[in-house]
Design a protein around this ligand. Sequence first.
Ligand SMILES: NC(=O)c1ccc[n+]([C@@H]2O[C@H](COP(=O)([O-])OP(=O)(O)OC[C@H]3O[C@@H](n4cnc5c(N)ncnc54)[C@H](OP(=O)(O)O)[C@@H]3O)[C@@H](O)[C@H]2O)c1
Length: 286
Amino acid sequence: MSGIVLVTGASGKTGRRCIAHLVKQGVRVRALVRRDEAARELRDAGVEEACIGDMFDTKVIATALAGVAQVLHICPPMHPSEHELACAMIDGSKRAGVRRFVMWSVLHPHAAVPHHQRKQRAEADLIESGLSFTILQPGRYMQHLETIWGAVRTQGLHSFPFSTRSRFSLAHLDDLAAAATRVLTEDGHENAIYELAGPEALTQQDCARILSEALGRTVNAQAASIDEAVAKGRAAGLPEWRIETLAIMNRHYDAHGLEGNPNVLRWLLGREPKTFREYVQEMGSV
Ligand SMILES: NC(=O)c1ccc[n+]([C@@H]2O[C@H](COP(=O)([O-])OP(=O)(O)OC[C@H]3O[C@@H](n4cnc5c(N)ncnc54)[C@H](OP(=O)(O)O)[C@@H]3O)[C@@H](O)[C@H]2O)c1
């Protein structure tokens, strides 16, 4: 597959990781960003072009899509207008003659969590759009550990606001980005929905045990209180829609976790997906 790939959400955690893998494979990337500084950073990281603007603005969308062969659409997390944004991106892509639309969705988009269900509606519109598409459904990233790394190191505490027994098929962001890059660099992934789950379904207790063994000190798992997480979100100035969505998500995780099957990710990578233990070793060496 040749031609320019437009990456939306390009300056975020997912966007940057996907771009690093795409650039390494020689793919020409146009990044849609909203800040000059992000545009500079991404050009330094090998992006050919940066389109600067608000991705919710249809004029910006049209400019960003002009002359593009493929799109990797990554919506800002939990955004209340995710479905409308996806529709605008899909319509714009049809008008611009985009050859393939790759959507960064989520594992189990049908789950009773608002942003999962918005992704499910976006998937349905993409499937019926007439565009050639690939839908990627990634599981929870291992990289969430970075948000609690300080507490892991200083207090020996692995604590997210859900049960320590809920299971998650944690996936390494590099593996997810490598899978996306394969999809964007070869034919044969048209009209596919790929569940991208990590290799093991781990609880917080499992993660704490692996961390204890890797770091050589005791790390305990503890379910943080959802009410406290809400209060922290307010103190940090998160918008109310995001705080509410996070609370619903964490209640759902508390009851059900988020487990998937790693077969498709293994096949796309051509090797075993990275384990949480391998990821912890990477973190420990930082
Ligand atoms: N975290 C997980 O475990 C997980 C698992 C599966 C799927 N996902 C999905 O992955 C997606 C990306 O998540 P992430 O953690 O990579 O997000 P992130 O790091 O918060 O990045 C979001 C990006 O969107 C950009 N953005 C926000 N509003 C914008 C606007 N109006 N115009 C242009 N750009 C805008 C941000 O730009 P700035 O840099 O300027 O802020 C940033 O580049 C989400 O849809 C999420 O649901 C996440």
